[in-house]
Design a protein around this ligand. Structure first.
Ligand code: AMP
Ligand code: MG
Length: 506
């Protein structure tokens, strides 16, 4: 990257000194601790997303400014005092189904807000040093996990899946101890809010319903103003959180994404995918796939995700209970809303799968058709992404276009049975093959962040070559396009990828 350096000041003081009231800070000091970031020595830019920059009013070449790395490492500590200091928020949560008590932003700091074309956005630095909530941690994040979070945040956005965004990765040679010594990095994350289910659980568990209410009011006023019009705005808040979470998980299932750590402190009240750790996109389809090496029992396996999200919403409902009505009436109201989860999820997934199969009109039996495909995929460990992508080549008239799908399956007879069923279903629609293929290629990605692609970018970045991070980001920016010359990014994983393990350590 080379270009004329921008003036540093006007571009980078805005999040802290634009004088605008900072909504989360207005909640009051019980909700957070203000503190500066811990400076990171000699920071350098590893990755940058121009689209996320635009969201917060930064120019597309902002990362070329000499001050950028310092700012987004959290280094300009002299500029911060009093009300302009960043803050770490307090939350609690259930981890792996067990109440974990107080957690909080152990390595994330909220810098402030910026007004952009899509409204106000919060800017958070992840890996910016110790906070009062760091517990046994060091407040840092390593380059490896930061590259994964950065790339996946942006990839998910371009796939049309609700997510927090990533502006930048800033690295440093400062050592960080994990299983081995690695180097530190800071990801600048951007989202309208970073409030988690765990923020509500925190005050509920501390028996402070007034704080639960303050937080709910903040979220409603700031993010869900429509809820105010409801008879009980807090019930409306729960309802919208249920709906958005259900749709988020439907998207995950439809694209083969495993989050890996669906603890209640990693669930966004906005239904955004948040806290990218040991996540993974499925290569060969295995419904029982566990992407988190530390998840011994598979609580967060691919197939369990919809049920776990429901369980997490249950925790949220419990935390909101004091606001939902008196006694039994409140419980019944909450249960009624939780019951809508199944419909939102199933409806969302049906719609997504119908589009993935290229079907226009819903018909009885469509879910069975999709399920039978998943069964054959599972039995054959057929590649999730390529199976769906290649379905666009199947013709409604004859089997001549079957081979791109067929070749992904060892058991040809089994996939032939399914393809025959699929063809019969396609024949019942009026859309021709060409139009269907165009529509399917808009919803079935060709490019996803496969583990081995991230790993290649990480290995090169560890050698100080960041060009693959930039190239991969560019590939993932257009997941539905053919991108001639980039076929390798869409290919099946190489044999070395099967030994990759993703641990919780980040
Ligand atoms: P996670 O499962 O990564 O979302 O993190 C769970 C909790 O541990 C959160 O409170 C994090 O802030 C905290 N945490 C994770 N890693 C670190 C670290 N290296 N230093 C301090 N806190 C951490
Ligand atoms: Mg977390």
């Amino acid at each position: 990257m080379s270009s004329i350096p921008l003036p540093v000041r006007p571009a980078f003081t805005f999040p802290l000194s634009n004088g605008a009231p900072h909504a989360f800070a207005a909640l009051g000091s019980a909700f957070f601790t203000r503190l500066p970031a811990t400076p990171l020595p000699a920071p350098y830019v590893v990755g940058f997303s121009p689209e996320t920059a635009a969201l917060i009013g930064l120019p597309a070449d902002a990362a070329m400014s000499p001050g950028f790395a310092e700012w987004f490492a959290g280094n300009p500590t002299r500029e911060w005092s009093g009300d302009t200091l960043p803050l770490a928020s307090v939350y609690s949560g259930h981890q792996f189904g067990v109440w974990a008590g107080q957690l909080g932003d152990g390595r994330a700091l909220l810098l402030g807000e910026a007004e952009g074309p899509a409204g106000r956005q919060e800017i958070q630095l992840k890996g910016a040093g110790l906070t009062p909530y760091s517990r046994m941690g060091d407040g840092r994040a390593v380059l490896r996990s930061s590259i994964r979070e950065f790339l996946c945040s942006e990839a998910m956005h371009h796939l049309g899946i609700p997510t927090t965004r990533a502006l930048s990765i800033v690295g440093s040679d400062a050592p960080v101890r994990r299983e081995e010594i690695e180097t530190a990095a800071v990801v600048a994350r951007v989202a309208p809010s970073f409030v988690r289910f765990g923020h509500f659980e925190h005050w509920f568990s501390n028996d402070q319903p007034d704080r639960v209410r303050e937080l709910a009011d903040h979220v409603i006023d700031r993010l869900y103003p429509g809820c105010r019009k409801a008879v009980n705005p807090y019930l409306a808040l729960l309802a919208v959180a249920v709906e958005r979470t259900a749709l988020m998980v439907a998207h995950w299932q439809a694209v083969g994404f495993c989050h890996g750590v669906m603890n209640t402190d990693n669930m966004s009240i906005l239904g955004l995918t948040i806290d990218y750790g040991p996540f993974g996109f499925l290569d060969g389809f295995d419904a029982n796939h566990i992407c988190n090496h530390s998840d011994n029992r598979g609580r967060y396996s691919y197939k369990n995700q919809p049920q776990v999200a429901y369980w997490n919403l249950f925790c949220l409902a419990q935390a909101l209970l004091p606001l939902l009505g008196e006694g039994e009436a409140g419980v019944e109201a909450a249960q009624g809303i939780l019951e809508t989860y199944r419909g939102h999820f199933a409806g969302g997934l049906d719609r997504l799968l119908r589009a993935k199969l290229g079907l226009v009109e819903p018909r009885e039996g469509d879910d069975g058709l999709a399920n039978r495909l998943f069964e054959v995929m599972h039995a054959n460990r057929a590649d999730f992404t390529l199976t769906f992508r290649n379905l666009a080549a199947v013709s409604r008239h004859d089997a001549r276009g079957d081979s791109p799908v067929r070749d992904l399956f060892l058991d040809r007879a089994a996939i032939d049975v399914w393809l025959a069923e699929y063809r019969t279903r396609l024949e019942s629609e009026s859309r021709d093959d060409a139009d269907r293929a165009i529509a399917m290629n808009r919803v079935n990605p060709r490019f996803i962040l496969r583990n081995h692609l991230a790993e290649t970018a990480i290995r090169q970045a560890n050698e100080k070559d960041f060009s693959e991070v930039e190239r991969l980001l560019d590939v993932l920016r257009h997941p539905f396009d053919e991108q001639p010359g980039r076929e390798a990014y869409a290919a099946l994983p190489p044999s070395w990828a099967s030994s990759l393990e993703v641990s919780c350590s980040s």
